[in-house]
Design a protein. Structure first.
Length: 703
């Protein structure tokens, strides 16, 4: 709550209950504890009759100073979950030491009954990793299980806290409480060494690596473990990441070669690839990235204008994914569900794009990795158009890397279309940032930002409607002193409605109110006509493919003739121009058969500027195959016209659903009339659960 109050000095009980899962009793208890801490300085919190907590400016400064000087640790009381983590850190770190009950009771400042309860809870959590906590009079308490799994469990815990919750407090508390001296200088040492070896880690990855090494050093070389993925030593030793790992461990007095390989694997899974070095990089990864970009273009109907640049950018983000998969390292993506919800169409296309690529590994590509790469594709295809008139300059600070920053940029651009947005940059860069700015947007509360004396707004990478609205009002209030926001909250509306009526389903009412308020009252809603709104809505496949765009069993002697024939219905209805199909023919001759996406299936498309006038897709089936460039057979041609990189993605998801089925083309051949084909499509799509299309083996049924 102290951190929350520093970030937002005025907070209501409702806000704390909703965002921090605290009940009223817990809130009042916590307020009392904070007031006890502040009482020595005579700087209490104030709470009014409306249950709004206010933190005076002097109190805020005192709390901020207390955090920066680590004064907090002396008074801090851990929760049960935090004590469980502390116990695990103790068992992990003090592998060589004899640990008795008294050691834990002294460190945790609790009684034996509470300790045994916390220990049982921790045992249950570790059971999923096949790890147990053993005790004997001779050896004391210690962790028992496979060494790699013990490490995996700790590192996943660190990743979850630092990445998902932006919360490393328990680790700082442990290091302070156990008087671990190494932590005082290690972060600076690692930063300099990474710079020396030209290895780039985003801010949070460096924090994670710092903690991993602090806790890992005492265990290194004590327990043997099987490291099959690292058996290819002659390849590892060539890498700058290996030289970094070697220097780090030799400086710490660790000469074990397996530990060097292990640390090298971790750094490879964390570090970004350097765009400038990509041509001298791993040829296997470069080849995979080129295949990914080509396949994405095929499945999405998007043609990148500068594919070379796209490949370079994606390489830097796919490289750590490759090594995480190769060495089976844990991955945490706290935004996975929100990405799936907000970018579902793009997510599904990226997932299908990556499906053949996962064959390069022994295991399936995790959904967390797919979500990360979806963020990167969102960045690649986003509309970067700036407004001519700018009023405020905001800088985006994001310690989680470019993927999260891409989503934040899109969110902030929608909310504040007249702002110039700078960055993304890391926290440490902001102090030497040479461009002027008015506002800081950050994904992580960081006390180092407050001395800069700029308005700071902590934002989620993907915001709910209420969060977007509240951010708009907060920024408006902060940057325009003559305007005081008058907030309308969904909770407030529901309370009024409940006073005068019976609500049978509060969740349904909330959902409809959110939609209504967003459409009619949102400060971020664009002013546009109904026709404009409709034109911006995601298109369904049946909106794009009408009966008059379907041709069956057509004859063609060459592939060029077949493509012109397939494009003709779209040209006649002014969906595309003749130049559009001319451009496709020319690109095919210069780039190859890029439009052949499945066996005998072509999806001719190019950039909208070549002559796309309306959204549309035609289908032409041929009586017999033609061979593109004399070698690649095509019998089914889906000619696509897309006006931008977003509106047609939902339709493409449905399109992939159809053509992936082994029964689809067999059934298609039975039809002789375009109208029946169109209605058959409609019937199929009604039966498909588009959220699980890639789990279905057959979706086609006889009429």
């Amino acid at each position: 709550m102290m951190m929350a109050l520093i970030e937002k000095p005025t907070i209501s009980y409702d806000y704390l209950q909703r965002n921090y899962s605290m009940n009223r009793t817990q809130i009042e208890y916590t307020i009392d504890k904070i007031n006890q801490f502040l009482s020595a300085q005579k700087l209490p919190l104030s709470v009014n009759k409306e249950s709004v907590i206010r933190l005076p400016e002097k109190s805020k400064e005192y709390l901020l100073e207390s955090f920066l000087r680590e004064r907090m640790f002396k008074y801090y009381e851990m929760s049960s979950k935090e004590r469980g983590k502390y116990i695990f850190l103790t068992l992990f770190y003090y592998e060589k030491d004899y640990l008795s009950v008294n050691h834990f009771l002294d460190a945790l400042k609790i009684g034996k009954t509470t300790f045994m309860s916390d220990l049982r809870k921790l045992q249950a959590e570790l059971h999923g990793y096949d790890i147990s906590i053993s005790y004997s009079r001779k050896e004391g308490y210690h962790l028992a299980g496979d060494e790699l799994m013990i490490r995996y469990a700790l590192f996943r815990m660190i990743l979850e806290d630092v990445t998902s919750k932006d919360d490393d407090f328990i680790y700082r508390y442990f290091i302070h409480n156990e008087r671990i001296q190494l932590a005082d200088e290690q972060d600076t040492y690692l930063s300099l060494l990474l710079e020396k070896h030209a290895i780039e880690l985003v801010e949070n990855r460096l924090i994670e690596l710092n903690y991993i090494l602090i806790f890992l050093y005492p265990r290194m070389g004590l327990n043997e473990f099987d490291l099959k993925p690292f058996s290819n030593d002659h390849e590892l030793v060539k890498m700058k990441e290996y030289r970094f790992a070697e220097e780090v461990l030799e400086n710490a007095g660790v000469m074990n070669s397996i530990e060097k390989n292990y640390l090298c694997g971790w750094v490879l899974g964390m570090a970004l690839g350097n765009e400038k070095e990509w041509l001298q990089g791993n040829l296997v990864i470069i080849d995979l990235v080129e295949r990914i970009v080509e396949r994405f273009e095929l499945l999405s109907g998007i043609r990148f204008k500068d594919k070379h640049s796209v490949i370079k950018q994606l390489y830097s983000h796919f490289r750590p994914t490759y090594f995480r998969m190769l060495f089976r390292l844990p991955i945490i993506n706290p935004m996975q569900e929100k990405i799936f919800e907000k970018y579902n169409d793009l997510y599904q296309i990226v997932k299908e794009t990556l499906r053949p690529i996962s064959d390069s590994f022994d295991s399936k590509l995790p959904d967390e990795e797919v979500a990360f790469l979806t963020m990167h594709f969102a960045l690649l295809i986003r509309n970067s158009e700036e407004y001519m008139v700018q009023q405020k300059v905001g800088v985006v600070v994001c310690p989680n890397g470019i993927g999260s920053s891409a989503i934040i940029y899109n969110e902030l651009k929608e909310i504040f279309p007249s702002f110039i947005l700078l960055g993304p940059i890391e926290t440490s860069e902001l102090h030497s940032f040479d461009q002027s700015y008015d506002i800081i947007f950050t994904t992580k509360p960081n006390f180092q930002l407050y001395p800069l004396k700029k308005p700071i707004f902590v934002v989620n990478p993907i915001m709910s409607y209420e969060e977007r609205t509240q951010l708009f009002l907060d920024v408006k209030f902060e940057t325009s002193t003559s305007i005081k926001p008058n907030t309308v909250t969904i909770d407030g509306l529901i309370q009024i409605i409940q006073q005068y009526s019976t609500v049978t389903s509060e969740s349904a009412l909330r959902q409809h109110l959110e939609k209504f308020v967003q459409e009619t009252c949102s400060p971020t809603a664009s002013i546009m006509s109904q026709k404009e709104k409709k034109s911006k809505e995601p298109a369904m496949l049946l909106d794009m493919m009408r009966p008059e765009l379907i041709q069956l069993n057509k004859k063609a002697r060459t592939w060029e003739e077949a493509f012109y024939l397939a494009a003709n219905p779209l040209i006649e209805r002014k969906i595309i121009t003749r130049n559009y199909i001319d451009s496709i023919i020319q690109q095919t001759r210069s780039e190859g058969a890029y439009m052949v996406i499945f066996d005998q299936v072509a999806l001719p498309h190019t950039v909208p500027e070549a002559g796309a006038k309306k959204l549309g897709m035609g289908l032409t089936t041929l009586e017999s195959e033609v061979y593109v460039l004399g070698t690649i057979p095509v019998k089914y041609i889906f000619t696509l016209s897309a006006l931008d990189s977003k509106q047609h993605l939902n339709a493409m998801t449905q399109f992939i659903t159809l053509i992936e089925s082994k029964d689809f083309f067999r059934e298609l051949e039975k039809h002789e009339c375009p109208e029946t084909v169109y209605h058959w499509f409609a019937e199929i799509l009604r039966t498909v659960d588009t959220e699980s299309i890639y789990d279905r083996k057959s979706i086609i049924h006889d009429e």
